[in-house]
Design a binder for this molecule. Sequence first.
Ligand code: SF4
Ligand code: SF4
Ligand code: SF4
Length: 284
Amino acid sequence: MGGVITQADGNLCTLRLRMPAGIVSPQQLIAIGQIAQKYTIDELHLTTRQTIEIPHIKTQDLPQIADEICASGNDIGAERAEVVNITACPGTDRCKLANIDSVHLAREIDKRYFRKDMPGKIRIAISACPNACTSESLNEIGITGLRTPIRKPGYCTGCGTCVQFCQEDALVVSEGSIVMDQDRCLDCGTCVRSCVYGLLESEPTAYRITFGGRRGRHPKVGMHLITVNSEEAALLVIDEIIDWIYRYARIGVPIVQQLGVSLNFEEFKANLPKKIPADSIVCQ
Ligand code: SF4
Ligand code: SF4
Ligand code: SF4
């Protein structure tokens, strides 16, 4: 059972639950609490991957608790060499800075791949803007929602409102008009909402996908793989990544350590556009 973690005291274990995007209904939460109480467990744990764990389970109680968890509308999590809980920020559902529906995407990825056996553990995280609240680029697969501003033709008053909104100093007023520095721009889209004259629009929202990040003893930021312009295309990219890892990665070695060994990232990246509709690709 992938979501079971043996504790320091070998007579006890922790049961991790499945909770894509860290969302749980009140009914699910009540059921988890009631099951824990029934087995005299007096605390629950919220994990860094947005799941809930039930700790301190006596090993003899585990099968019954797992059955009760599944019967209650919850599900057992994953922790081994498999696709583990998909994390996501609130996205367009709640955050005014969001560029994509990160929760919907997390649920779609969860439906396709959660608990899929893999050669190593696969962590996937989604942030709906470059503020990166889920630290997505520190996961094997990271997805970031982007919005690239476009300066529309029209009379700019040089009021500087958009300049105030840009945290990257990518906008300056020069000779009474706005000038954008694309090299500084992070494509957060914040400025787009700021111009009362509507002089800033944006390209369609985009999904920047990184591969090869990790936290832990030797943290590493994932490398840019591709940026696409729809959730459908992002899911196609995820399909390709999962298939690539499944076929070529070795068992027993962390996936990120296999870059340049079993996994030829540059070759995979170069071939990827052949498998994704050309009109979906924003940049590679
Ligand atoms: S990553 Fe961006 S969109 Fe997501 S919660 Fe953070 S600020 Fe909001
Ligand atoms: S998209 Fe973000 S970083 Fe780029 S110019 Fe607008 S506010 Fe600045
Ligand atoms: S683009 Fe709009 S907000 Fe920015 S300086 Fe010009 S008028 Fe002001």
